[in-house]
Design a protein around this ligand. Sequence first.
Ligand SMILES: *[C@@H]1O[C@H](CO)[C@@H](O)[C@H](O)[C@H]1NC(C)=O
Ligand SMILES: *[C@@H]1O[C@H](CO)[C@@H](O)[C@H](O)[C@H]1NC(C)=O
Ligand SMILES: *[C@@H]1O[C@H](CO)[C@@H](O)[C@H](O)[C@H]1NC(C)=O
Ligand SMILES: *[C@@H]1O[C@H](CO)[C@@H](O)[C@H](O)[C@H]1NC(C)=O
Ligand SMILES: *[C@@H]1O[C@H](CO)[C@@H](O)[C@H](O)[C@H]1NC(C)=O
Ligand SMILES: *[C@@H]1O[C@H](CO)[C@@H](O)[C@H](O)[C@H]1NC(C)=O
Ligand SMILES: *[C@@H]1O[C@H](CO)[C@@H](O)[C@H](O)[C@H]1NC(C)=O
Ligand SMILES: *[C@@H]1O[C@H](CO)[C@@H](O)[C@H](O)[C@H]1NC(C)=O
Ligand SMILES: *[C@@H]1O[C@H](CO)[C@@H](O)[C@H](O)[C@H]1NC(C)=O
Length: 647
Amino acid sequence: MCSSLLAYLLILSQALFQVSCLKFNFPNFQKENDTHLILSKDAYIALGAIQVTPDVNGASMENLSGRALYKTPFRLYKGNGSTVATFNTTFVLNILSQTSPGGEGLAFIITGNSSLPENSQGKWLGIVNENSNGSAQARVVAVEFDTRKSDDAEDVDDNHVGLNINSIHSTKEVSLTRYGFNISGGVDLRVFIGYDGKNLTVFVNEILILSQPLDLFNHLPEEVYVGFSASTSNYTELNCVKSWQFSGIDIGGGGRNWKWIITIVVPIAAVTVLVVIAIVLCVRRAPEDEDLEGGRGNIEDQIIRSNLAPKKFRLKELKQATGNFSPKNKLGKGGFGTVYKGTWKNKDVAVKRVSKKSHQGKQEFIAEVTTIGNLNHKNLVKLIGWCYERRELLLVYEFMPKGSLDKYIFYDEKVAMEESILSWEQRRSIIQGCANALEYLHNGCQKRVLHRDIKASNIMLDSDFNARLGDFGLARTIQEKEKTHHSTVEIAGTPGYMAPETFLISRATVETDVYSFGVLTLEVVCGRKPGNQSEQNNYNNSIVNWLWEFYRKGRITDAADPKMDGKFEEKEVECVLILGLACCHPNPHYRPSMKTVLQVLLGEAEPPQIPQERPSFVWPAMPPSFSKIDDSLTGSQLTPFTELTGR
Ligand SMILES: *[C@@H]1O[C@H](CO)[C@@H](O)[C@H](O)[C@H]1NC(C)=O
Ligand SMILES: *[C@@H]1O[C@H](CO)[C@@H](O)[C@H](O)[C@H]1NC(C)=O
Ligand SMILES: *[C@@H]1O[C@H](CO)[C@@H](O)[C@H](O)[C@H]1NC(C)=O
Ligand SMILES: *[C@@H]1O[C@H](CO)[C@@H](O)[C@H](O)[C@H]1NC(C)=O
Ligand SMILES: *[C@@H]1O[C@H](CO)[C@@H](O)[C@H](O)[C@H]1NC(C)=O
Ligand SMILES: *[C@@H]1O[C@H](CO)[C@@H](O)[C@H](O)[C@H]1NC(C)=O
Ligand SMILES: *[C@@H]1O[C@H](CO)[C@@H](O)[C@H](O)[C@H]1NC(C)=O
Ligand SMILES: *[C@@H]1O[C@H](CO)[C@@H](O)[C@H](O)[C@H]1NC(C)=O
Ligand SMILES: *[C@@H]1O[C@H](CO)[C@@H](O)[C@H](O)[C@H]1NC(C)=O
């Protein structure tokens, strides 16, 4: 009874919460969605996207501008800006140039005036026009994705993001070229824009592009419309928005609106009181509830319902296990939180305390525990349990006495011990263990899991130096949520381990995992870091390039870690290194599947053939002739290039 009451109250309070903020999500756009939008004369919905400027067959696409705004306005602030709303929005844009360069660009706009300014085509991007440019009357703030360099707007290049306030001139501009993105290249770009009341932050494909202090209330009226504008000139392009999600906190109606208080505040207060009562009741009953599987509403129910799920711990137990999270027991620290050593039922465990700052949503936490917790494989770090209490998110793993692999292969003279030099046999077994784990994730479990962040520091070693892949999923969900706080490319993986196409397809695939595995293999055999991580172009300075040079000269085994003192079978080392290079093939279609990798490691198959010279990276990557395709790659996630254009 308690649980259903709680669930009911949660739903009720959620419904009320939704009334009080502007929130919507268009995973794609259907014709019918235009009732929620204010579309300017020429803008329309087609092919699952908003076409902000139209491309009617045969008609000229020159000199057009358009706007598409959400119909319901958003209250941005109250009074003199004493209370300012915050918002987040994520959208996928796809711009395909029709001329070279394309023109002119697309912008996310926040505006007090929903109508499209006249003559706002060309360089004006539908944001302002000749008359309103530079005038406070324009009342518009825009984040532009500009695909043409206009001299009188003093643009840096024809591929940049800019922040514009009542003007086409940007107060801040950042070229996307150095991040490897091409705005008008016809590929999906996932843009995140967040405003915390003080700073406006822009991410493109999870990479921080711009963060600027900005007082929106100085430039905009209290109520604003949000949406997109775009334009073409003599230069043309298809300006599409394929999905759009917005979430803004409402700060209320400025005191005058008593109705608002009665309809929202009173029920919320009532619900709060009920929730408190319910929680008190539930907490009282909790101890006897604990051993009953199921029965509870919300989070716990969902976790417990997935029958194999790991154990639920009480915060008290974990505090006890770790000496109240004593710094003495700290094993390590990452962006996501801190890991402590603990003792539970006379067994050593590792307890990960997810940092409160990491905003990991409860839903992701549930997904984490139910998916990862259900995986069972000798080469995966086992999740023993979890705890969610008093806003603490904790995960309990098996303790790995030897720590992480990176300590051994990037051997540090200062902490060197006899034991820290891995023999060839140990290295081979570690590589095989990782391959086993990855093959299981890709092909062996119910749902395919992409690790996305395979690297030496995520491989743990048990007491017999068996490899255990750890830290998956969690790192991923947190990094996604952490985008406003982390400014690095770490988000899509780790530099040096990322396949060259990652920037272009902007998501993980089976093949990008295989690439990272290849890099890992090379590191383990060569005892060398994956590449100079501070380099802009980590691809050309990578271990892959370095090793391919050895291969070209026909002395690949010379690259083996000198610390092994030559104590290895040359043929074996050669085979593993060639396999590693094959996994790092610049063309993802030519990389072997993990199934093939395993067969090679087990001596059941020859390593794939690789060219003498490292092939250069070409995109779109062409599939090999059919006979060459590794048929165990079925279900591969490489998207055919034609689907990427959004039309
Ligand atoms: C968009 O339209 C589709 C089809 O009518 C509808 O199912 C969906 O709920 C609409 N989305 C929004 C956010 O209104
Ligand atoms: C578009 O505008 C440019 C500059 O204003 C003008 O030269 C050109 O003729 C126009 N093109 C069309 C098709 O109207
Ligand atoms: C806003 O500030 C001005 C001067 O700073 C003041 O005169 C005015 O009363 C304030 N308005 C509100 C609604 O607080
Ligand atoms: C925006 O995202 C940040 C970080 O993900 C989060 O802390 C914040 O609550 C979000 N704000 C809104 C209005 O959704
Ligand atoms: C909004 O913009 C339109 C088109 O530029 C203009 O005609 C109208 O006067 C503006 N409305 C206000 C309230 O500024
Ligand atoms: C637009 O206005 C800005 C001032 O906000 C000015 O610097 C810029 O030169 C103007 N651009 C054009 C094309 O008139
Ligand atoms: C972006 O891609 C388009 C279309 O492929 C091409 O014409 C343009 O030159 C590219 N721009 C940059 C900056 O790479
Ligand atoms: C805004 O950004 C500046 C620098 O980018 C930073 O120093 C400041 O802490 C940020 N403020 C907030 C509230 O995030
Ligand atoms: C646009 O094209 C027209 C005719 O092709 C030409 O006269 C005009 O100068 C061009 N305008 C710009 C701004 O390039």
